[in-house]
Design a protein around this ligand. Structure first.
Ligand code: HAM
Length: 417
């Protein structure tokens, strides 16, 4: 038997109804904030991601699904959306059309990671990007949107961790301090962190190694190295969050795994998820658009991992009554009556009702059983009498009441329901 690829998931039946529910909230809440949906292809030229996410990041280094296509071009299945979205915005000059570009997306992404609970090789993100404003108001808007999405899914038990990694100047100053501090503890660092020290020292702050963690506990605090511009941006944002009653926790060691960030970075965490506890993350990326060939344009955004959102919702029993109801199930006693069945079902479907009928030539009894199993609200019965008299019997399955009506009046069936 051929099986699906490790780290991917087939979705069907009840599971897909959960997805419909969350996707509906994504659409609804994005509309409430005036964001427009954007879709891009699931693969891009490899350089889109290489140049933006960073050569030293885990994503580019180890996790990308990259291949040479038949034309000899290096192609990558998108590991995230921000870079692809920026490619699209720059290519189509979208930021000339609107002063402030508000975009959202939902779709599959691909990373070659070790699969475990909440970590897949094909996973899905909902995300949003606010392009064009350098001000903390837009960071706040993005956080309000993320919070609203999370609230719309009835997820309450989570932490928003937030930090600033400042502008380039502040970050360079901090990096030097950090390298000095870590060099003093070099022998005690894990091999991974030793390797990272000169390549990407900030990522050491993210280390899961217990010894590294002890060393990092006492390392210099990035917030103390912010220059005036960086500090003002972050203070203003924190002030807005306080005044808007947004709960957050300052986390000076939060650096995120993608290189394009500057200033604000944040992550959403839930303690119901086990080791993969981050179900969302984002931040500001003021230089990325220029780096990908566009005009210098500030931007901020976030993405939520949909599988992780659904795991949290499952854990807190947030999905209630997802059973799909069908409006009508048509039961008929002879398959020769099929002409009438197709006529009736056409009219009902044209009027917006969902209809199922038997196509297996099942017995009358087992058709009725199936109507029950499929949660039909009404059964339409065409027996011999009904067929002869051009009538149908309508039975309400919730109260058992039934009436017989002329088939010709089917257009006005709502009067009989
Ligand atoms: P990210 O933190 O790499 O950020 O991914 C965002 C979320 O996607 C994670 O918090 C997690 O929930 C989910 N995720 C990532 N990898 C996996 C995986 N292998 N399996 C399941 N879920 C996963 C970004 O992707 C940035 N583009 C976010 C952003 C948008 N920053 C600015 N704008």
């Amino acid at each position: 038997m051929i099986q699906n690829i490790r780290g991917t998931k087939d979705l069907f039946f009840e599971e897909i109804l959960k997805w419909h529910f969350v996707e509906e909230q994504f659409r609804k809440v994005s509309n409430l904030f005036g964001y427009n949906e954007l879709r891009t292809p699931i693969f891009e030229k490899t350089e889109v991601f290489q140049r933006s996410i960073g050569e030293t990041s885990d994503i580019v280094n180890k996790e990308m699904y990259t291949f040479i296509d038949k034309g000899g071009e290096s192609i990558t299945l998108r590991p995230e959306m921000t870079a692809a979205l920026v490619r699209c915005v720059v290519q189509h000059n979208l930021y000339n059309l609107y002063q402030n570009l508000r975009l959202w997306y939902f779709g599959p992404f691909f990373r070659y990671e070790r699969p475990q609970k909440g970590r897949l090789r094909q996973f899905h993100q909902y995300g949003a990007e606010c392009i064009g404003s350098p001000y903390p108001e837009s960071d706040a808007e993005i956080i309000f949107l993320a919070n609203s999405i999370i609230n719309s899914l009835n997820i309450n038990n989570y932490t928003l961790e937030i930090n600033s990694i400042g502008n380039l100047n502040s970050r360079e100053k901090y990096k030097n301090e950090l390298i000095n501090y870590l060099k003093d503890n070099f022998d005690k660092l894990s091999e991974d962190s030793k390797n990272r020290l000169n390549i990407n020292p900030l990522r050491i702050l993210d280390s899961k190694d217990e010894n590294d963690k002890k060393i990092i506990d006492n390392c210099p605090n990035i917030l103390e190295y912010l220059d005036d511009e960086s500090k003002e941006h972050f203070d203003l944002l924190i002030n807005i969050l306080d005044k808007s009653n947004v709960k957050y926790s300052l986390q000076p060691k939060l650096v995120r795994g993608l290189d394009y960030y500057s200033h604000t970075v944040f992550e959403y965490k839930s303690n119901t998820l086990g080791s993969q506890d981050a179900f969302g993350g984002g931040g500001r990326y003021n230089n990325l658009i220029e780096e990908l060939g566009g005009k210098p344009t500030p931007a901020v955004g976030f993405a939520l991992g949909v599988e992780r959102l659904i795991l949290i919702m499952d854990n807190s029993n947030n999905f209630v009554d997802l059973t799909k109801k069908i409006d009508f199930y048509i039961v008929y006693s002879k398959y020769e009556y099929f002409d009438k069945i197709s006529l009736i079902s056409n009219i009902l479907r044209n009027n917006g009702y969902s209809v199922i009928f038997d196509i297996q030539r099942k017995s009358f009894k087992s058709q009725l059983r199936e109507a029950d199993k499929l949660n039909a609200k009404f059964v339409i019965i065409i027996g011999e009498d009904e067929y002869r008299n051009n009538q149908l019997t309508l039975k309400n399955l919730s109260n058992g009441l039934q009436k017989t009506i002329p088939i010709d009046s089917i257009e006005a069936i709502n009067l009989y329901l």
